[in-house]
Design a protein around this ligand. Structure first.
Ligand code: GLC
Ligand code: MG
Length: 543
């Protein structure tokens, strides 16, 4: 196998050897349906991803995380898994997977899969067997309960996708639990056979050589044993979606989850340096528990989603960073996420100028960044006409603006038919400005978002101060988020102007001179002031 792109083993100076790869690394999320189609069905696939590996490697990222590629009826686009140990035909075969993994490894890239332990598809053989009879040996693999004494579902839990979290099954006269769609039945993690079967799933992929997993909705995986009612949410507003009708006090984040996370970790550690990332949407104090303790470590990286939830305000983001850093347990490694297949596009939310600032923030913060495909092109809001809506969350709760399709539209590679994504009509429409906002056009443009991302990723790769270096906030001027990163003798100051007005900045005490290394505006000389919406990285020069 030829190694394309950047040599990852030699590019890091200094302390790199003592660090685990993912501490200095950058994760790039690929949404397989929308990356590259190779068989003209309008849906991306594994062979398509393989064909685009040169691009992925050229970005200067370290690991790819693939959203689910397993056999699935696609009610929730792969998060409804019907076989945890195979590949959906839509995406290819196990051979295609092995080829992709080998080529990724050949380029020095790690590959993470999505592990979906909380639920299976109702078409999974386990559920089919469980559903068949009240006496099925697999009955207890899922949650089957009689209706409430007065009729209706067993408790008041609501589905994150709208409506009650219980579906009545006339065949056996009981309800089953589904935290998400009724096509996604929750597995019972109190049942040891479920644990054993799902542990085998992890082994299956680890044995095949995958470098780790992103674990779907980890905090949901175990429920209060008695499934008691959740408290009503006094602040509930219907426009938030039904999931907020109750507080998920008994349906999620139970103490026993940490023992499960630790079991995953122990298994992963047995395979050498593998990475576990947990999807956990909880306030920071509760999130931290997912790191576990020194004796019983949990996942390596409990995803930190604060950047895409917080209002875009310099003082507020400064506070978030400080509070997060302060809350980290000993040995807990930070991480930051700016976009995903579930959240509105960052450039759609902030506009391109501030999306550039956000990119600089993400890639100069301490900790592992996760990038979402297409954000490096600055894809913005994509209007989806009602007849093209595919996201079940949107279809079930129309008009609430909860639709996730806008973040799942295809990558744009060039200005040819269907942006080079497919020979056929793509499953979701392209962004409106794809003819200019595509990889080929942006590669030819020194001022493009993609070029900015490439510079940022190269700088981070070349300077440990920017990835693992110490972080220190320095309040400078209103609307400016300013901080220093330091490792050994090397120090950088990052100053980000969140406003549309120019701002003067002052360097942190003891720093006299900063030489401009990168500006989101492409400037090469720094005169002490930031232009509107400008972010800069300055290298601190002694004396
Ligand atoms: C996670 C996924 C999301 C999915 C849900 C249910 O939040 O990111 O896309 O719908 O879990 O599996
Ligand atoms: Mg295809």
């Amino acid at each position: 196998m030829t190694a394309g792109g950047i040599s990852r083993t030699n590019a890091r100076p200094g302390h790199a050897a003592a660090r685990r790869w993912w501490e200095m690394g950058v994760v790039y999320q690929i949404y397989p349906r929308s990356f590259q189609d190779s068989d003209s069905d309008g849906v991306g696939d594994l062979e398509g991803i393989r064909q685009r590996l040169d691009y992925v490697a050229s970005l200067g990222i370290d690991a790819i995380w693939l959203s689910p590629i397993f056999p699935s009826p696609m009610a929730d686009f792969g998060y409804d898994v019907a076989d945890f140990c195979d590949i959906d035909k839509l995406f290819g075969s196990l051979d295609d997977f092995d080829a992709l993994l080998a080529e990724a490894h050949g380029r020095g890239l790690k590959l993470l899969l999505d592990f979906v332990p909380n639920h299976s598809s109702t078409e999974h053989p386990w559920f089919i067997e469980s559903r068949a009879s009240r006496r099925s040996p697999k009955r207890d693999w899922y949650f089957w309960r009689d209706g409430a004494p007065g009729g209706g579902p067993p408790n008041n839990w609501t589905s994150d996708m709208g409506g009650p979290a219980w579906e009545y099954d006339p065949a056996t006269g009981q309800y089953y639990l589904h935290t998400f769609l009724k096509e996604q039945a929750d597995l019972n993690w109190r049942n040891p056979d479920v644990r054993a079967a799902m542990t085998d799933v992890l082994r299956f992929w680890f044995d095949r050589g995958v470098d780790g997993f992103r674990i779907d909705v980890l905090w949901h995986c175990i429920k209060a044993e008695d499934l008691r009612d959740n408290p009503l949410n006094p602040a509930y507003m219907p426009e938030q979606g039904e999931k907020f009708r109750v507080l998920q006090q008994h349906s999620a984040n139970q103490p026993e989850i940490h023992e499960i996370a630790h079991a995953f970790r122990a298994l992963a550690d047995g395979y050498g340096e593998r990475l576990l990332v947990g999807e956990i949407c909880l306030p920071v104090d509760q999130l931290m528990a997912y790191y576990g303790s020194a004796d019983t470590p949990g996942v390596h990286l409990p995803f930190n989603f604060q950047l895409f939830e917080a209002p875009w305000d310099a003082a507020l983001i400064a506070h978030i960073i400080e509070a997060y850093e302060a809350a980290l347990p000993d040995g807990g490694w930070p991480n930051w996420v700016l976009g995903s297949h579930d959240a509105p596009r960052i450039a759609g939310r902030l506009g391109e100028p501030q999306a550039r600032v956000a990119a600089m923030l993400l890639l100069t913060l301490r900790g592992t960044p996760t990038l979402y495909q297409g954000d490096e092109l600055g894809i913005g809001r994509v209007p989806i006409s009602p007849d093209r809506i595919r996201d079940p969350q949107d279809l079930r709760q129309p008009g609430l603006g909860l639709g996730r399709d806008g973040a799942r539209t295809p990558m744009a590679w060039d200005d040819g038919a269907n942006a080079g994504f497919s020979d056929a009509e793509p499953w979701l429409p392209l962004h409106p400005d794809w003819q200019s906002r595509n990889v080929a056009a942006q590669d030819a443009d020194a001022a493009s978002m993609l070029t900015l991302y490439r510079h940022l990723l190269a700088l981070r790769r070349g300077h440990e101060a920017l990835s693992i270096g110490a972080f220190r906030l320095h309040a400078s001027s209103p609307d400016v988020l300013q901080y220093a990163r330091r490792e050994g003798d090397e120090q950088f100051v990052i100053a980000l102007n969140f406003s549309t007005a120019p701002r003067e900045i002052t360097l942190p005490p003891g720093i006299e001179r900063g030489v401009l290394v990168l500006s989101t505006h492409g400037r090469t000389i720094f005169d002490g002031s930031l232009q509107p919406d400008e972010g800069v990285i300055l290298r601190v020069e002694a004396g």
